[in-house]
Design a protein around this ligand. Sequence first.
Ligand SMILES: [Fe+2]
Ligand SMILES: [Fe+2]
Length: 411
Amino acid sequence: MFGTKQQLRLAGKGRQAFGPAPAACRRRSARSVVVRATASSNLNENLGFQTMRDGVKVAAAESLLTPRFYTTDFAEMEELFSDQINPNLDMAELESCLQEFRNDYNKTHFVRNETFKAAADKVTGPTRKIFIEFLERSCTAEFSGFLLYKELARRLKTSSPKVAEMFLLMSRDEARHAGFINKALSDFNLALDLGFLTKNRTYTYFKPKFIIYATFLSEKIGYWRYISIYRHLQRNPDNQFYPLFEYFENWCQDENRHGDFLAACLKARPELLDTFEAKLWSKFFCLSVYITMYLNDHQRTKFYESLGLTTRQFNQHVIIETNKSTERLFPVVPDVEDPWFFEQLNRMVDVNTKLASLDADTNMPAFFKTLAKLPFQERLAAYVIQMLFCKDKQVGSVDIDGSAASQRLAF
Ligand SMILES: [Fe+2]
Ligand SMILES: [Fe+2]
């Protein structure tokens, strides 16, 4: 359903950042590229990555916890924001977001320098493996946003030109982010073929309102992840082993603006925030995003340790801050500061670790492995169900009549 033109544009952006090599240097640099590629290939030996062709990595297998590509009911999305169907839609907040996007604050931010490749060659062994996996997941997540926003821009162009332009400008940002990370992967001689992924990856369908809840949360959690890593590395520059992290301060502002736009979309359609159903879904989406991140990151503690972070503290900080941002919009959020909440997440990590070690056991026959995993899968499912009934907070936007937050203001 999505074309491949975008991929070509992404590849072009990456090249632009360096500019064409002067003719006099071309022969020498061609030789050095071969030498570097060989050096990078050697560094990748025994890391267990497969390549489709030289310098292009086979994408990691999809699982419940890997970043997904999304699709939605575009006709229903048009109905939500169509100018003709909703002539009284409150566009004030959306229009201020549009002006912010048009300002394009990061137009010249994503320009690489000569330190990238040299830094990549110094990352070796297990850190190299775990860092490449981090880059791949980040690139896939950014590219997923690009595809979804680009398609929404195309489909809303006639019925709601302003909302369409906002999606288009967000897809511009996500293309930059994905392209920038993919150039980083090419420093490791393991870039992703994003055109191939576009055509071959599974697309998960979500109803429009669920797409907006989920993307709002992923933008805000993305903001808190990037800024928390950036601030940590500013305090601990010795742990900054690759220059990508230096770009996170301005980069995360893109994600914050994207989250603000999606918040404005929800406020323009208050029925997505003030009904009983909206309360149930708000809590559900918060929990699914927080649980996914917590379990995922605890499977990759070595990456966070390589940055000098403690995975558990980092995750808890990101979840607490994302929840604070979210409670100014969603009518209900889980009470993540209730001690039970993280105790329960830690119990889930313990079970998930056991499942992962069973999966990694190459000596156990498949049938016994399936049997051995069953009690842990049941326990994990039970923990998730208990989590759905965790303590919550009645909150919401002060701009939405009837929200708990607006009632508290009406003293
Ligand atoms: Fe992004
Ligand atoms: Fe974003």
